[in-house]
Design a protein around this ligand. Structure first.
Ligand code: EPU
Length: 420
């Protein structure tokens, strides 16, 4: 199991480049199952999660080729069963359900397992497909979905008690593109990744209006064709580097990103006194002369993203005063807090709220990564800590960050991956 040894105190300077978005690439790869033609997807980040998706596509019968960021998929024939051995490795594999249903009329997908960031039900996915007119049975740990005659011409509300659902909206959009009639999705997730998927589906010939808003209208078509697509930049990877710049930047420029997708957290950063310069595709950030704490609430897009919460918790650990972060999407997503406290942070949890009292400095310590964004937070904390931080269980970070250590070393970070 790899671990990362991070020596704190280095200054970051220069340009760091953003990869393609993991959370766009995963459903877009799943969408290639909707056609028997060849699809070419560019800027797919090389991550263990995208590798799982490639394996899942192959297991479902597709022919897949992957070379330096480009994945070509030809799903001439498709098997409609995604077994537990595949699905258990990655929750996002649930997004093959919509395409399998649309393409073959049936989908048999194992229920994804538990997740360390909290309870992650799929009731909204199922409710949406049911309202689309599909017949659904959950039995023996598997979901069986069957298309019924007359699917389509429906108005479906996808809002749940924590707001909209990203993969649920993706699944429904993919299930609806080949059904008869018009499907209206109300309460749709507005995340840029949903819009990116819609762009790809439209390039395949789908008729979709309103992706990126609360209301998506899909007019079913008979079949889809092969298409080429370039995945959008990963706003969360870019955001993580931006926090690295706020923590240790002499002047760090995060390039090849889309600042328009990062408005909420860039505002939190400037509100806390960090100098941020934005162009159409880059963000430059450095340490603040006198940073202030913040008060953050995670929300669905365009609000402050839950996937940036852990990184801001790490940042505020070392900012004078008291900061408050409330997690409304995944209320238990604070596995990083006790680990940061082991490094000398003062974070107390009151239900879904973290109260962070800024300390003078953090001290390097062995810490345990528990999920993707929590691991990123620990690496960031290591950059500012005195001494060495050993981030164990690094495989979590490799699920969602392409060569994070190499990229940070290029701009001056001191860290070393140790293979054990
Ligand atoms: N929810 C339900 N029922 C459902 C689906 C979701 O109650 O059927 C709840 C969830 O429990 C949560 C909220 O709705 O409280 C939002 O969850 P959502 O469905 O939007 O999450 P997701 O689609 O499974 C994606 C990202 C996550 C990101 C969330 C929220 C992918 C592959 N994953 O998950 O990314 O945190 O949206 O923005 O797109 C990450 O990259 O580290 C990550 C966890």
């Amino acid at each position: 199991m790899d671990k990362l040894l991070v020596t704190g105190g280095s200054e970051l300077e220069g340009d760091i480049y953003t990869s393609g978005s993991k959370n766009s690439a995963l459903p877009i790869l799943a969408a290639t199952l909707l056609t028997r033609d060849r699809c070419v997807i560019r800027r797919v980040p090389d991550l263990s999660d995208t590798n799982y998706m490639v394996q899942i596509l192959a297991a479902l019968g597709a022919h897949v080729e992957r070379a330096s960021g480009t994945v070509e998929v030809e799903a001439e024939k498709v098997i409609s069963e995604a077994p537990y051995e595949l699905v258990r490795k990655m929750r996002a594999s649930i997004c093959v359900m919509g395409p399998l249903l649309a393409r073959t009329g049936v989908a048999n997908v194992s229920l994804p397992g538990g997740c360390v960031i909290g309870d992650r039900p799929v009731d909204l996915h199922l409710r949406g497909l049911e309202q689309l007119g599909a017949d659904i049975k959950v039995e023996g740990g598997s979901i069986y979905v069957k298309a019924q005659d007359g699917m389509g011409d429906r108005e479906i509300n996808m809002r749940g008690k924590h707001g909209s659902t990203v993969l649920g909206t993706d699944n429904l959009m993919m299930a609806a593109v080949l059904t008869k009639g018009t499907t209206v999705i109300e309460g749709a997730a507005m995340e840029p990744e949903v819009k990116d998927l819609a762009h790809f589906l439209k390039a395949m010939g789908a008729k979709i209006e309103g992706a990126g808003t609360r209301r998506i209208v899909i007019e079913g078509v008979k079949e889809l064709q092969g298409a080429e697509h370039t995945v959008i930049p990963d706003r969360i990877e870019a955001g993580t580097f931006i926090i690295a710049g706020a923590i240790a930047g002499k002047r760090l420029t995060v390039k090849r990103c889309n600042p328009a997708h990062m408005t909420a957290f860039l505002k939190s950063l400037t509100d806390s006194g960090y100098p941020v310069e934005v162009t159409s595709d880059s963000v430059t950030v450095s340490r603040a002369a006198s940073p202030r704490g913040g008060d953050i609430r995670t929300e669905p897009y365009p609000g402050f993203p839950t996937d940036m919460q852990a990184q801001f918790t790490a940042l505020y650990a070392n900012v004078p005063g008291i900061s408050v972060i409330t997690e409304t999407i995944f209320p238990q997503r604070f596995m990083h807090a006790p680990e940061l406290n082991r490094m000398g942070a003062k974070i107390t949890l009151e239900g879904p709220t973290a109260i962070i009292t800024g300390v003078d400095h953090l001290t390097g310590a062995p810490v345990m990564a528990s999920d993707l964004r929590a691991s990123a937070a620990l690496v960031l904390a290591g950059l500012m800590a005195k001494g060495e931080t050993a981030v164990n269980r690094l495989y979590h970070i490799d699920r969602g960050y392409e060569n994070i250590d190499e990229k940070l070393i290029m701009v001056g970070a001191k860290m070393r991956r140790v293979r054990e």
